[in-house]
Design a protein. Structure first.
Length: 131
């Protein structure tokens, strides 16, 4: 289908580090996509490629969008993935309190999940550096 063709073209551009072009193809794929799970994958790729391209402000909004899309679809893995990377961008921007708040929420809601454990470890590391 057309969305998968755009996805392939986007991945090819991503491999060549042509992030702007990759993002363009992933967004085109999202426009024509009808599969919810594939839509989450495409949204992740948009957010991730923006981050890799150094466009953190834009990536922040796209990671947030991923988390909201996943929450609507009751897809916890992608929801916490979006939140975790949203927190990482906030950390890079010096927004430490927002970063910690998101990680704490992930730990509360997903303690035994991958991103819950990862968040807990990061919070522990943050506490060790304080002392």
């Amino acid at each position: 289908s057309l969305d998968q063709a755009y996805w392939v073209l986007g991945r090819m551009q991503q491999e060549q580090r042509n992030y702007d072009k990759a993002i363009e193809f992933f967004r085109k794929a999202l426009e024509v996509n009808e599969d919810k799970d594939f839509g989450l994958k495409l949204q992740w790729l948009v957010a991730w490629n923006l981050k890799e391209h150094g466009k953190e402000a834009e990536s922040l909004a796209e990671f947030e969008k991923l988390a909201l899309m996943a929450k609507k679809q009751q897809n916890d893995v992608n929801r916490f993935k979006g939140l975790y990377w949203q927190a990482q961008v906030l950390k890079n921007q010096g927004e430490t309190s927002k970063y910690k708040s998101i990680l704490e929420d992930i730990v509360k809601e997903n303690f035994f999940g991958y991103y819950g454990r990862l968040s807990a470890l990061e919070l522990e590391d943050q506490e060790q550096f304080k002392t």
